[in-house]
Design a protein around this ligand. Structure first.
Ligand SMILES: [Zn+2]
Length: 106
């Protein structure tokens, strides 16, 4: 795996010119095996975190409808609890993604 040190684009093969920013070959660096392993783990983890955010958005629609129907206090409580936790989960996941971006774990 290779990485452009100008625009951070990851590449599966060495190239003469970065296809994203046009940087020359000297800016395309081969990643060491341990760096490559971290990149793969970070990529997967960030995808999972983004999935959490997406799933929370879908779950929000479900919980809002349940809250709106308001069949009984028990149901209302479950949907309200869900909405409260969704917001917390989303904020935690987004914060973690931001930490990864700032630490170049992307
Ligand atoms: Zn580039």
């Amino acid at each position: 795996m290779f990485k452009c040190d100008v625009c951070c684009l990851l590449l599966n093969e060495e190239v003469d010119v970065c296809p994203r920013c046009g940087a020359k070959k000297e800016h395309i660096k081969k990643l060491e095996a341990d760096q490559e392993k971290k990149v793969i783990a970070a990529d997967r983890t960030n995808t999972l975190l983004a999935s959490l955010v997406r799933i929370c958005d879908e779950l929000k629609v479900v919980a809002e409808e349940g809250k709106e129907i308001n069949l009984d206090p028990g149901c209302y409580g479950v949907f309200t609890f869900t909405l409260d936790k969704l917001d917390e989960i989303k904020r935690y996941a987004k914060a973690e993604i931001e930490v990864h971006i700032n630490r170049n774990k992307w």
